[in-house]
Design a protein around this ligand. Structure first.
Ligand SMILES: C[S@@+](CC[C@H](N)C(=O)[O-])C[C@H]1O[C@@H](n2cnc3c(N)ncnc32)[C@H](O)[C@@H]1O
Length: 330
């Protein structure tokens, strides 16, 4: 069933023909209905796990869509406000003169607060509300709308180096408290070791391993924004590679060490299933006697999963709210 946001978008689109860019449309049902409309449809997602929403329809994994002029763009509100602004700036700069942007989301995600940004980008801005949702219809991009060109963000982690990030990446403005708690415990000598950073975000944990002499570091994430950022973070280390993968699928070979700050959301929804899959994948990807170093929010039920897969576990001191552990594969 179509959500209220999907319904608003579809209704606003009406029978209009021409090229349509569906940028992170957020639900399978909406995509299916869009394919039924006919006309040229391009579907873009940042995160590869969302690319299999619909069978027989191929989406593209990209941070920003291909350079082109679009007649219609539909855009779903992003979790991160700054990322949302950048997407809107890009849309205004790539919409044809007669084109239209339809931007929708739930009130609880902050959709109502985008009026000022939209009016700075478009001559004509209208909105429709339904239930707890809103749709913005934007036409006539203002001359001089330029795609977002702000530099990537960066922050320093003492003793490790510079982390390059961008809006939309996990904890993109500063070091996450959980990551910091894990860094306190990570070994400072990885000589001869092959290390995997599973769910690498901007690559903080991978950089720690590279800095401390790992023979090879592989960092992986499902988000292309994270992958781009981690590549930049690790660019001084030729023995580090960053790959886009769903929970480490298709990675080759096995690892001496896996390090991970376990995710607690799947898309926008809180979930513990994803963290459990991270633990299962770590076990599968480790050599025997290999070590998993993890941090997670202590309210998450991962202790039992760790005990199921790892024969020896050390529970390490961590600040309130976090659990840090080292597990050895038996
Ligand atoms: C808690 S964050 C940790 C990021 C980074 N390691 C850090 O400490 O700053 C979890 C990361 O897992 C990634 N992730 C979520 N689902 C994933 C999946 N199915 N496969 C791979 N990575 C995923 C997220 O994009 C996010 O970057």
């Amino acid at each position: 069933m179509l959500s209220v946001v999907g319904d608003l978008l579809l209704e606003a689109l009406g029978e209009s023909a021409g090229s349509l860019l569906a940028w992170e449309p957020g639900e399978a049902e909406l995509l299916l209905r869009l394919t039924e409309r006919g006309g040229e449809l391009t579907w873009v997602e940042d995160d590869l796990t969302r690319l299999n929403l619909v069978d027989d329809l191929r989406g593209e994994q990209r941070a920003f869509p291909a350079e082109a002029e679009w007649e219609r763009i539909i855009l779903r509100l992003s979790k991160d406000r700054e990322r949302g602004r950048r997407m809107l700036g890009w849309a205004a700069a790539h919409l044809s003169k007669e084109g239209e942007l339809l931007f929708a989301g739930e009130n609880k995600g902050g959709i109502k607060g985008f009026g000022k940004t939209l009016r700075s980008l478009f001559e004509e801005v209208e909105n429709v509300s339904r239930g707890h949702c809103r749709l913005w219809r934007c036409r006539q991009p203002l001359a001089g709308s330029t795609p977002p060109t702000e530099p990537e963000a960066a922050y320093e982690v003492e003793g490790i180096g510079t982390i390059y990030t961008q809006p939309g990446v996990f904890s993109w403005k500063h070091l996450d408290n959980g990551t910091e708690a894990l860094l306190q415990w990570l070994p400072n000598d990885y000589a001869d070791l092959r290390v995997l950073d599973l769910g690498c975000g901007a690559g903080v944990l991978a950089l720690a391993a590279a800095k401390h002499g790992a023979a090879e570091v592989v960092a992986t994430d499902s988000s292309v924004l994270a992958v781009e950022s981690a590549r930049r973070t690790l660019s001084d280390y030729p023995n580090a590679t960053v790959v886009s993968a769903n929970v480490g699928e298709d990675l080759s070979g096995s690892f001496d060490t896996v390090i991970s700050n376990l995710p607690v959301h799947e898309g926008a929804q809180p979930s513990h299933r994803l963290g459990e899959r991270f633990i299962e994948a770590s076990h599968r990807l480790l050599k025997s006697d290999g070590e998993l170093w993890v941090v997670f929010q202590e309210r998450m039920p991962f202790e039992e999963t760790l005990q199921r897969y790892f024969s020896e576990i050390d529970w390490l001191d961590a600040p309130r709210g976090y659990t840090v552990a080292r597990g050895v594969k038996g």
